[in-house]
Design a protein around this ligand. Structure first.
Ligand code: PLP
Length: 451
């Protein structure tokens, strides 16, 4: 088939249905097509440079220039481009990657199940947990509890676990998923102080379990910091209370570390930052620095021992579970993070600097709250500085800040009225200053528009 107009933009509109995109709207606007990236910068077709304040899609924690990862992938493709892990075989790098993951994980984790993505990993959680309880002779324990506003992926199962009503409206979700509130103090805290609010929302879990019957509830799944939901950092009281409730009521606790894992919160995993001990952990994205698709579930001894004792065949897996090129990328990523002490160094310097500099924007007339931890943060766009009053209806304030930021060379994301940023951990202080300067320009333009 030949094309009269083969510009990428035209080809894109003609052939490509983008994920999470309004198909009608995108036909009427130009697509941003990126062709190159270096360090923390991305470049579009026309050569325009942007600071990538989103690390790709929260995955390039080490930025774009990591030749050791590229080399590991290419060497792997030259020696063994593919072999599978079904039945009784696997590849050398897949085994080594499982060991590398176990080595950096909290002590309770000694087993890994590989997938290609975070969504598949969360589907896998459901399979693992249902099998676990079946084997324990508790087959009625099937219900998963998650949170409104959570994002756990977009397969039917992972989307059901998530709490995005816009997604739920487009398909019939799983019948055995229930949602409770999210610890979003800015929008839902009312007159409560943060500590009190943290306990209150955590106790929704206890109330929900009691309502459904402990004998019917299998697990609670949540991100340590809710990322795509708008960087919801829970009050300090939240996770200890959630942990206590799960233990007290015999409910498995799943930490979805797809965004928080691999350094984002200043530790290897967000659960370590918040001091709780999950039974399962979902990972993806930054596990390969985003250079190869890889996800999976870290399975605690508590669960793995039951599955392997008399579990028989676990009838689940993907052709590319533990793909050797992805595992080679993962091993190289973990090596860099470990050998160069990237997480420790970032936690000691660039992360606190990033958080402190962002907080200088708290006094900006259209910033209601700055929240974040490690290398992930959000600014809540609001009227009158600290008032919880929206700047404009339909989250137009957040959308406008995002558009101006992109126009001025900074990629950020808007989630409702929250402006989200999660830059690579390899930024230096000057680059953080530049990010803040570009964000400030976007805030100023927006403030002037609504002034
Ligand atoms: N879980 C969380 C917390 C995520 O943020 C995401 C993606 O953004 C997923 C799961 C789904 O991962 P994937 O897009 O790789 O399927």
């Amino acid at each position: 088939m030949s094309h009269n107009n083969t510009s990428l933009n035209t080809l894109d509109k003609t052939h490509f249905l983008h994920p999470f995109t309004d198909f009608k709207e995108y036909k009427a606007t130009d697509t941003a097509i990126y062709t190159k990236a270096e360090h923390i910068y991305i470049y579009d077709e026309a050569g325009k440079e942007l600071i990538d304040g989103m690390s790709g899609l929260w995955c390039c924690n080490l930025g774009y220039s990591q030749p050791k990862i590229n080399e590991a992938i290419s060497n792997q493709l030259n020696s063994l481009p593919f072999y599978n892990s079904f039945f009784q075989c696997t590849t050398d790098v897949t085994v080594k990657m499982a060991k590398a993951l176990v080595d950096i994980s909290p002590a309770q984790f000694n087993h890994v199940f590989f997938t290609n993505s975070g969504s598949e990993a969360n589907d896998t959680n459901i399979r693992l947990v249902h099998r676990y309880y079946d084997l324990l002779g508790k087959p009625s324990k099937k219900i998963f509890i998650s949170r409104h506003g959570a994002y756990h992926g977009s397969t039917i199962a992972a989307g059901s676990l998530g709490g995005f009503s816009g997604m739920h409206k487009q398909y019939t979700g799983l019948s055995y998923v229930e949602h409770i509130g999210q610890p979003n103090w800015f929008t839902e805290g009312g007159d409560m102080d943060k500590a009190e609010f943290g306990i209150k929302v955590a106790q929704e879990l206890a109330a929900k379990i009691d309502e459904l019957g402990e004998e019917n509830v299998a697990a609670f799944i949540a991100e340590p910091i809710q990322g795509a939901g708008g960087v919801i950092v829970p009050p300090e009281t939240y996770w200890p209370e959630i942990s206590r409730i799960c233990k007290e009521r015999d409910i498995l606790l799943i930490s979805d570390e797809v965004i928080c894992g691999f350094g984002r919160t200043g530790d290897w995993f967000g659960a370590q930052t918040f001091g709780f001990e999950p039974d399962l952990m979902t990972f993806a994205k930054a596990v390969t620095n985003g250079y190869q698709p890889l996800g999976g579930v870290l399975v605690s001894d508590k669960v793995a021992d039951v599955l392997s004792a008399d579990g028989g065949e676990f009838t689940h897996g993907f052709t590319y579970s533990g793909h050797p090129a992805a595992c080679a990328a993962g091993i190289a990523t973990i090596d860099i993070l470990k050998n160069d002490k990237v997480i420790e160094n970032a936690a000691a310097d660039i992360m606190p600097y990033f958080q402190a500099q962002l907080r200088t924007l708290e006094s900006h007339p259209i910033v209601g709250e700055v929240r974040g931890m490690g290398m992930v943060a959000a600014l809540e766009i609001a009227k009158n500085n600290s008032a919880k009053e929206r700047l404009a209806p339909d989250c137009a304030g957040g959308a406008m800040v995002k558009t101006h930021a992109i126009n001025h060379g900074l990629m950020v994301r808007s989630v409702g009225d929250a402006i989200v940023t999660a830059p690579p951990m390899v930024c230096n202080r000057e680059e953080i200053d530049l990010l803040i300067a570009r964000l400030t320009i976007a805030l100023d333009y927006t403030a002037k528009h609504y002034g």
